[in-house]
Write a protein that binds this ligand. Structure first.
Ligand SMILES: Cc1ncc(C[n+]2csc(CCOP(=O)(O)OP(=O)(O)O)c2C)c(N)n1
Ligand SMILES: [Mg+2]
Length: 906
């Protein structure tokens, strides 16, 4: 993209006759520019801006078509004249930065010497060192000692982790043995994690970022959540910022840019993005044939952000000052990124010939510079003064978020080992010569003889550098990153909220969704924890019958409500308020999940025990935003995920894309997620009550997933003694009428399918003389985990009394056949089969969903009571307990077609 003035000129040229074009010569342009200079000197920039605006309007009124451009020229946003001086000692800071660079590179090189393939990245941090160091020395606010946690929240670019560790080493927070154990995460005491992972380093990293795109979107919602806490009076107002460091290649991820209109709309001036524009990603240039910086500038300016470009280092300032005719600015703006990369790896002579050589006037501008000096003209992102001023401007900007587009070179300083080369992202090794060159370039006091060992280097405790680092961090509120639980545990879980649900609905029909919403409303009203509850919903509140909450607690909007809602005269009007409690995120599951992460980690980041309840259309949860759920797990997020309208056959209508028979299986891999498929009100009450206890009193790093449904039925009272079983994943809901009957069955059901199973049990008893126990399986995954934990223990403890999994304890003496029916994949019941005394026959909903009525869907997927009966009889026949003819007859009676197509594959 060319710069604005250039585009404007060429467009103007196109709009006028050729003979006029010839007349619009250099002298005329000069005259215009001189006049503008005069106005600038006499009236200042504001007057110039007004004049230009009026000129534009005038031109448009006279039919001149002005092209739209969201770009500014390819130069620094902050002119050299407007720069502030940098406080502190540039010299000491440069030495510190060099040491960080060295140790960061050394830890990666050593990790790859010790063992092939341990990996690590040198070049990302090499390009970003100045961006981080200026932050560490002057801006990043630590959380301090206070319990409140009012420091900045910083999302570090995942691949820059070695640099962050190297700094922590200089700070004295970690020692050589830690650096030695970079990426050796299983070592005793725990090595340094490959990337930012709070799960692995819970006292250090705050937020995971390495799955690209998740850092930016979670940072955006974090900044908004900080405002939410302040607006609702849960946290004092502060000047804390959210910093998100990301790569330019990373911006191709839809999550990275997908939410950038929100912070502008919400005027989140507490948010600062720093995009390290080294113009390269993993394989090669981000935009070889274009300019990623200009592309990002247009996107962010269009979205309403304050954009600060820091493209050129200080050596360019005098050259730009001489650029009276805009030749240099024009040249800067016409080079594509692939070519800029070529300049970065070439010598000064090449740059002189190819960049400057296109015009003798340009060549003239640099005739006083040697090839070596030309080569060393630095870039904005490597110049502390430019970076400092960009950050300062970002800190001072009000009313909008800021993005800093800092130009750097990938692998800066690596020289032959990879600087600017396409292979640089994966460079993990440096030979002795390359190390020596790197050492010399950054003045690291390591002797030639020692270079081969790639020693770490930390100056003495009383050295100028270490003292400087310590002083700076102390002045800024302590070390970053640093994570800890900053909230006190909750004192208790309100018991009365849950009381009514144990009794059931006494015949009245309700869905589990209605039950949950009622429970949520009661929690919101609770005087102890009500204000901590954060309902989050992505434009589905009405789907779940939550609209009554709009009026009751309000929808959060920093601006309040600037309009008269159309339904103002109704009881349940759409109420927005600056102290509203609901986060109604609009149609963004990714954004809502990011809010969930912010709210569910506030106990650490902000010292506030917010309890998020994120209710979503279950098919658009795990299936769509599974990686954000994984990140939530890593971040030790607490709270409840609620998959609404769940179940493959429970959601009538909608069909293939909406019916969720998958999510419970997709929840299996998340190690600290506790998942339930409850059927009844009391099950939900027990689970949520215990969940709040485990997460907010016992401070366990777990979170919950519950599916809730919209099929309505009478909620029974809680059977005596079922509490433990509900939580462990299985309890007997109904005992067989005749325990000593010759034909026996154990039937498993969960969620809404439990009702089909209960009905089947009744018919089996009344019509087929089969006495059946009915078990509510609230969580296959909990049973599965417990089963494997016992199995593993037994394997490792031969000769000792084996441990029996909970499910085996419950069913070891259970007579008869085992049949399970689930609204999810058959893999769920199959996953616990081995701990039963006899194999289980499984009914489940493998396959693509269909839009149909509930009854037809259950017939189609073979999970209704008729199929449960047939399956039970078939299992009894298989075991020789009844004749095959009984099953055949039942199939006839129940209209079960043996030649029906298999729904799993149709
Ligand atoms: C979602 C996701 N996809 C792919 C990767 C693998 N990956 C790691 S770094 C990288 C390139 C990063 O380029 P950029 O964002 O420009 O960062 P730089 O290292 O250049 O600063 C890729 C593709 C990842 N970490 N996450
Ligand atoms: Mg990059």
């Amino acid at each position: 993209m060319a710069d604005t003035s250039d585009e404007l000129k060429s467009e103007l040229m196109r709009n006028i006759a050729p003979q006029d074009a010839a007349e619009l010569d250099v002298a005329e342009t000069r005259e215009w520019l001189d006049s503008l200079d005069y106005v600038l000197q006499s009236g200042g920039p504001v007057k110039v801006a007004r004049l230009l605006r009026e000129l534009t309007v005038h031109a448009r009124q006279n039919g001149v078509k002005l092209p739209f451009t969201a770009n500014t020229p390819y130069i620094n946003t902050i002119p050299a004249d407007d720069q502030s001086l940098m406080p502190g000692s540039p010299d000491v800071e440069r030495r510190i930065k060099s040491l960080v660079r060295w140790n960061a590179a050394a830890m990666v090189v050593r990790a790859n010497k010790a063992e092939e393939g341990i990996g690590g990245h040198i070049s990302t941090f090499a390009s970003a060192a100045t961006l981080y160091e200026v932050g560490f020395n002057h801006f990043f606010k630590g959380h301090g000692d206070g319990a409140g946690g009012d420091g900045d929240i910083i999302f570090f670019q995942g691949h820059a982790a070695p640099g962050i560790y190297a700094r922590a080493y200089l700070e004295g927070r970690i020692d050589e043995s830690h650096l030695e154990n970079f990426r050796r995460e299983t070592r005793p005491g725990g090595g340094l994690s490959s990337y930012p992972h709070p799960w692995l380093m819970p006292n250090f990293w705050e937020y995971p970022t390495v799955s690209m795109g998740l850092g930016p979107i979670t940072a955006i919602y974090q900044a908004r959540f900080m405002r939410y806490l302040e607006d609702r009076g849960l946290k004092p107002k502060s000047n804390a910022k959210v910093w998100a460091f990301l790569g330019d290649g990373e911006t191709d991820e839809p999550e990275a840019l997908g939410a950038i209109t929100l912070p502008a709309r919400e005027k989140l001036d507490n948010l600062i993005f720093v995009i390290n524009c080294n113009l390269q990603r993993l394989d090669g240039p981000v935009r070889g044939n274009g300019q990623i910086i200009q592309e990002l500038e247009a996107a962010f300016r269009g979205a309403g952000w304050n954009v600060i470009k820091a493209l050129w280092g200080r050596e360019w300032d005098p050259l730009l000052a001489k650029d009276r005719d805009g030749l240099l600015v024009k040249r800067m703006g016409e080079i594509v990124d692939g070519q800029y990369q070529k300049y970065a790896v070439s010598d000064g002579a090449y740059v002189r010939e190819h960049f400057w050589g296109v015009d003798p006037r340009l060549l003239d501008m640099v005739k006083h510079l040697s090839d070596d000096q030309l080569k060393k003209l630095s870039l904005g992102g490597h110049d502390p003064i430019k970076v400092y001023n960009a950050y300062k401007a970002a800190m001072e900007h009000t009313g909008a978020p800021t993005v800093i587009l800092a130009r750097t070179i990938k692998g800066y300083g690596l020289g032959e080992a990879g600087e600017g080369k396409n292979i640089t992202h994966q460079q993990k090794k440096m030979n002795e010569e390359e190390l020596r060159a790197f050492r010399t370039r950054f003045g690291i006091p390591i002797a030639d003889a020692d270079i081969a060992k790639t020693p770490f280097y930390r100056p003495a405790e009383d050295s100028v550098e270490v003292k400087y680092i310590r002083d700076r961090r102390q002045a800024l509120g302590g070390y970053v990153p640093s994570r800890k639980t900053r909230s006190e545990p909750l004192a208790s879980v309100p018991a009365d909220v849950f009381e009514e649900f144990y009794k059931g609905t006494e015949g009245r029909k309700a869905s589990t969704t209605m039950v949950f919403v009622r429970m949520l409303s009661k929690l919101l009203r609770d005087k102890e924890i009500g204000r901590l509850v954060v309902p989050i919903v992505p434009d589905e509140a009405r789907t779940f019958g939550m609209e009554a909450l709009f009026r009751a607690v309000g929808i959060y909007s920093h601006a309040g409500q600037l309009y008269e809602p159309v339904d103002m005269d109704t009881l349940l009007y759409y109420k927005e308020a600056s102290d509203g409690q609901i986060l109604e995120e609009g149609i963004t599951e990714a954004g809502s999940m990011s809010s969930f992460i912010a709210a569910g980690t506030a106990y650490a980041a902000h010292g506030v025990n917010t309890i998020p309840f994120f209710v979503f259309y279950s098919m658009f949860g795990f299936q769509r935003i599974g990686d954000l759920i994984w990140a939530a797990a890593d971040a030790r997020t607490r709270g409840f995920l609620l998959g609404g309208t769940s179940g493959r056959t429970t959601l009538a209508g909608e069909g293939l894309q909406h019916q969720d028979g998958n999510s419970h299986l997709l929840a299996y891999p998340v190690p600290n997620l506790v998942s339930y498929d409850p059927a009844f009100a009391y099950e939900i009450a027990i689970i949520i009550q215990d969940g709040i206890r485990r997460m907010y009193i016992d401070q366990e790093s777990i979170f919950y997933y519950l599916t809730i449904m919209n099929e309505q039925y009478a909620m029974p009272a809680m059977p005596e003694g079922s509490r433990d079983g509900i939580l462990k994943g299985l309890y007997r809901f109904r005992a067989a009428a005749k325990a000593d009957a010759p034909l026996r069955a154990q039937l498993f059901g969960s969620g809404a399918i439990l009702l089909e199973v209960i009905k089947a049990a009744e018919i089996l008893e009344s019509t087929y003389n089969v006495s059946a126990d009915v078990w509510s399986v609230t969580s296959y995954s909990e049973l599965y985990r417990d089963g494997h934990a016992c199995e593993r223990w037994n394997m490792l403890h031969p000769g000792e009394t084996p441990r029996a999994p909970y499910i085996a304890q419950c069913l070891k003496d259970a007579p008869g056949v085992f049949v399970a029916a689930s609204d999810y994949l058959k893999a769920l019941p199959d996953s616990i089969d081995r701990w039963l005394p006899r194999p289980i026959l499984t009914l489940g909903t493998d396959g693509f969903g269909r839009s149909e009525s509930r009854a037809d869907l259950r017939e189609f997927f073979e999970v209704d009571y008729r199929w449960v009966i047939v399956a039970t009889l078939a299992a009894l026949a298989r075991d020789g307990k009844i004749e095959a003819s009984v099953v055949q007859q039942a199939m006839k009676t129940l209209d079960v077609n043996s030649e029906k197509a298999n729904p799993a594959t149709s």
